[in-house]
Design a protein around this ligand. Structure first.
Ligand SMILES: O=C(O)C(=O)Cc1c[nH]c2ccccc12
Length: 713
């Protein structure tokens, strides 16, 4: 089961016309898709739109009733390719994935789709994973839209607006025969709110109302000479049609203010941040009314020239608020204003930083710079400056009180994670065979590159650990050890990594971490889970797939068996000349396992049944306080506490109550011949008569021995 279940929330997707829908951004998007009459939906999970894929999966009964096909895709390329259904047929569809990395994976299909053009509305909902909460490369989706000439919507984060923009997207797509992309930033995906719903619409063509005969149109094939015509169509027909639609349907919004000789033009997605920053310096009220006129671009590509000109014409200065780089929108607006012969001074990245998320404090600094440069009439520049200064003083004071920067908190593996012992083993085996280059991959295991393991020299993309090793492997003295999760394996790694490695007869070691899910994105099911998102069993198996493409050297080791893992790694590393050696490290994701087992154990305890929980601990009198166990583990429950011995000052290691009893700390201590201070305890709830009797006997014996010790002492 994925990390979050939306079984209750999806009931709201049935609400009808005039009813109020309350919930999260991603649920609102789903409802808007149903109201738009889509025939098919799909996607590949990734922050911040993982939960959108989960919502669609949890809503599969309703989707079925409406005749909507749902596909949980192998990767983003597969998801984008689904939109081909709308090239020849007037059917609407939507797919979702994260950007920018997911959009990169999808780029081939997006280019082909954009060139062929569509007759049915096609929407790509991208999670714009940019800024301080992001997990990936800092790039924008804007370039993807402009280079393929597909339209980019960036709705103001308000659920009614988001729903409206989804519905308009399909109309825009159909009016301009072009797929549309809608970017949702991290915070917008998880924004809660309400909107007035309308009825879900059944599509005229769907799996409940099938297409009688296929359409063939050679002009829709992406091959020359059609591709030459398609490029001309993009420029001469589709682009102007999109501009007209955006203008006529008033996709962008103007909010008047009182200081009319200045204004802000912003990406729609920036609106909430801008308003709260303005409010903090007294330039917006508590209801979100700005005193500075605003042009909010819910469509950031294409721009509507006359809208921009009309907004700017009577103003002496305008600030463009555009997050990330390069400053595409600002440069386009400068060109438009210059071509129109308008004298307005356009500011942007000269006041705001070129890179990084525009959080409140960043915006306030930028507004300050803009107001100083533009000197709007009627605004008491002193009062704004005073507000800005008091805000900046507070920040400075907070920094002083902290006395220094806060310690960094790199992400790490969860308590009991089956990947931790594998990284401990990889660290330990290098003491025996020498240092190896480790080619890391995307997934939870990418945290193996950070403290305390620091195992992993490069990361090149999802499922690309093995593929990225082959440029270097023939030049390395020792084999490269590549890492791949089962998520990455099915997303990309089987073909680009494994098959290609065998085909080229490359040398190397692959450690395949099989935890059963796409864990980092929220435990979505993958072929090696054993069932799909609808819980239909699947009989797909990594080992069979490996053998199918010609891998013969395969060893499966339980993830927590560090001694065995070291032996297997050593064997694989030393088997030079044997091609690809694969070690499958098998151990279910502990987070998923705990989510399943904890409620079951709690229910058994409640029923009065006997339940045993294993917990590890450190004998504080034996611990020397050198903390080598912590350096080889990084388990969040393995921490320190004051040394109870008044003669020793080093804090001792300590296992807190979060321990799930995976046994890694003890195994590591044993494999590394570290120290004998780890013990394993069994915590018995609802003990039986036998348990109590055994406990009494043990207690009596221990007390007897302790008394003897005191006598001897
Ligand atoms: O969900 C995330 O944060 C990820 O980075 C995972 C991910 C999903 N699709 C991808 C495509 C390329 C690289 C990473 C991912």
């Amino acid at each position: 089961m994925p990390e979050r279940s939306f079984h209750e929330e999806v009931q709201q997707l049935r609400v009808g016309k005039g009813e109020v829908f309350e919930g999260e951004g991603i649920l609102a998007v789903t409802k808007a898709l149903l109201q738009s009459g889509v025939s098919y939906v799909g996607g590949y999970q990734g922050a911040p739109v993982s939960a959108l894929v989960d919502v669609l999966s949890d809503a599969h009964d309703l989707l079925d009733e409406l005749g909507i096909h749902l596909e949980t895709c192998a990767n983003e390329a597969g998801a984008a390719a689904m939109l081909s259904a709308s090239i020849n047929y007037p059917i609407r569809g939507a797919v979702t994935f994260k950007s920018i990395v997911g959009t990169n994976v999808a780029a081939d299909a997006i280019s082909n789709l954009a060139s062929a053009g569509v007759v049915g509305g096609s929407l790509i909902v991208v999670g714009e994973d940019y800024g301080e909460g992001s997990s990936i490369i800092q790039e924008r989706s804007h370039a993807i839209a402009t280079k393929s000439q597909i339209w980019l919507l960036d709705p103001r984060p308000d659920l009614q607006k988001v729903v409206d923009i989804v519905e308009r997207s399909f109309e825009l797509s159909e009016a301009s025969n072009t797929p549309v992309m809608m970017e949702l930033r991290i915070r917008a995906c998880h924004l809660s709110g309400r909107f007035e719903a309308s009825e879900n619409r059944r599509a005229p063509m769907s799996k409940r109302s099938v297409i009688e005969s296929p359409v063939f149109d050679k002009n829709r094939i992406s091959l020359p000479p059609a591709t030459y015509v398609q490029e001309k169509l993009k420029i001469d027909v589709r682009y102007p049609a999109a501009v007209d639609f955006v203008r006529e349907r008033k996709i962008n919004e103007v909010f008047p203010g009182e200081f009319n000789d200045i204004g802000f033009v912003m990406q729609g997605g920036m609106y909430n941040h801008v308003i709260s920053a303005l409010r903090a310096i007294g330039l917006a009220d508590d209801f979100g009314n700005s005193r500075i006129p605003l042009l909010v671009l819910n469509c950031v590509y294409p721009l509507v020239p006359d809208e921009i000109e009309d907004f700017c014409r009577d103003k002496k200065a305008v600030l463009v608020i555009e997050e990330g780089q390069p400053n595409y929108i600002e440069n386009d607006i400068k060109a438009l204003i210059s071509d129109a012969g308008i004298g307005t001074k356009i500011h942007g990245k000269n006041c705001l930083p070129m890179a990084g998320e525009y959080v409140g404090a960043v915006l306030i600094d930028g507004f300050d710079k803009f107001l100083v440069r533009s000197r709007p009439s009627g605004l008491d520049s002193k009062s704004a400056a005073v507000a800005v200064k008091s805000f900046q003083d507070n920040r400075r004071r907070a920094a002083e009180l902290l006395g220094g920067p806060l310690p960094g908190r790199p992400p790490g593996l969860c308590t009991g994670c089956p990947e931790r012992p594998v990284f401990s083993a990889l660290k330990l085996v290098q003491e025996q065979v020498g240092k190896v280059h480790v080619s890391a991959d995307v997934g939870c295991h990418s945290f193996g590159t950070l403290e305390p393991f620091k195992v992993g020299n490069t990361i090149l993309g999802y499922g690309l650990g093995l593929a990225s090793s082959v440029g270097l492997s023939s030049m390395m003295k020792r084999p490269i050890v590549s890492i791949m999760g089962d998520g990455g394996f099915w997303h990309q790694g089987l073909t680009t990594g494994v098959a290609n490695h065998i085909f080229n007869k490359d040398e190397g070691v692959l450690v395949l971490l099989k935890n059963g899910y796409a864990s980092a994105t929220g435990h979505q099911h993958i072929p090696s889970t054993g069932s799909n998102s609808r819980n239909q069993t699947s009989d797909m198996d990594i080992e069979k797939a490996l053998r199918g493409v010609g891998v013969t050297w395969i060893e499966t080791v339980g993830s927590y068996r560090i001694g065995r893992m070291i032996t297997a790694l050593k064997r694989a590393i030393l088997a030079q000349g044997k091609g690809l050696r694969v070690i499958i490290a098998e151990g279910e994701c502990m987070l998923a396992r705990q989510r399943r087992e904890k409620p079951a154990a709690a229910a058994r305890v409640k029923d009065g049944k006997r339940v045993i929980r294993t917990k590890y601990g450190v004998d504080e009198t034996t611990c020397t306080g050198d903390h080598s166990c912590i350096r080889l583990s990084g388990c969040p429950t393995l921490t320190v506490k004051s040394n109870p011995d008044p003669l020793r000052r080093n804090p001792v290691a300590y296992v807190n109550d979060g321990c799930v009893g995976c046994g890694n700390c003890g195994e590591v201590a044993h494999a590394a011949v570290l120290c004998p201070s780890f013990y394993r305890a069994e915590v018995i709830q609802n003990p039986t008569f036998l348990d109590r009797t055994a406990e009494r006997i043990r207690g009596t014996f221990i007390r007897f021995m302790q008394q003897r010790q005191r006598v001897v002492a």
